[in-house]
Design a protein around this ligand. Structure first.
Ligand SMILES: [Zn+2]
Ligand SMILES: [Zn+2]
Length: 152
């Protein structure tokens, strides 16, 4: 089955992501400020961000997302005037999907809300990252340290 279940934390909002495969989506990490602000806006940033402040996202065509229950819980917010549209489940403030505009043919879902036996295989490896310079430098320096340690 190439489907994953979409579920908010409390289980009120559920859905399916259809036709999932590494070829039909972008599996990425986003380290942008807007995603971090959003995680704080939702109330429990640590729940959605990794130790570097990144959000793991899978971008798909919006038509692959089917909401089955709790659609009335969906709320949309933009954190700055030209910011992206961010949809979350207001029942438990779980981020559900982000879209740049109604015209853009993809939506990004936080990987944390996707569930299924074959999740890792269906999503494939993380293929790219969007990050800011400061974090890139931080990350590189830490990577360098650990690779140096590996050489010792
Ligand atoms: Zn919920
Ligand atoms: Zn971002």
């Amino acid at each position: 089955m190439s489907e994953l279940t979409i579920r908010c934390e409390c289980g009120t909002l559920t859905g399916v992501l259809e036709d999932v495969s590494p070829k039909r989506g972008n599996h990425m990490m986003c380290y942008c400020d807007d995603c971090q602000r959003y995680a704080r806006y939702l109330g429990d940033a640590e729940k959605w961000l990794d130790e570097w402040g990144g959000t793991e996202v899978f971008q798909v065509a919006p038509a692959k997302i089917k909401i089955l229950t709790g659609a009335d819980q969906l709320k949309c917010v933009r954190l700055k005037p030209k910011g992206i549209y961010r949809y979350y489940a207001k029942c438990c403030r779980t981020p559900i999907a982000n879209t740049i505009s109604y015209k853009t043919a993809f939506a990004g879902l936080p990987v944390a809300i996707l569930h299924g036996e074959n999740k890792d295989a269906l999503l494939g490896p993380i293929t790219h990252a969007v990050m800011e310079l400061t974090r890139t430098v931080l990350r590189l320096s830490i990577l360098t340290q650990s690779s140096l340690l590996a050489l010792l």
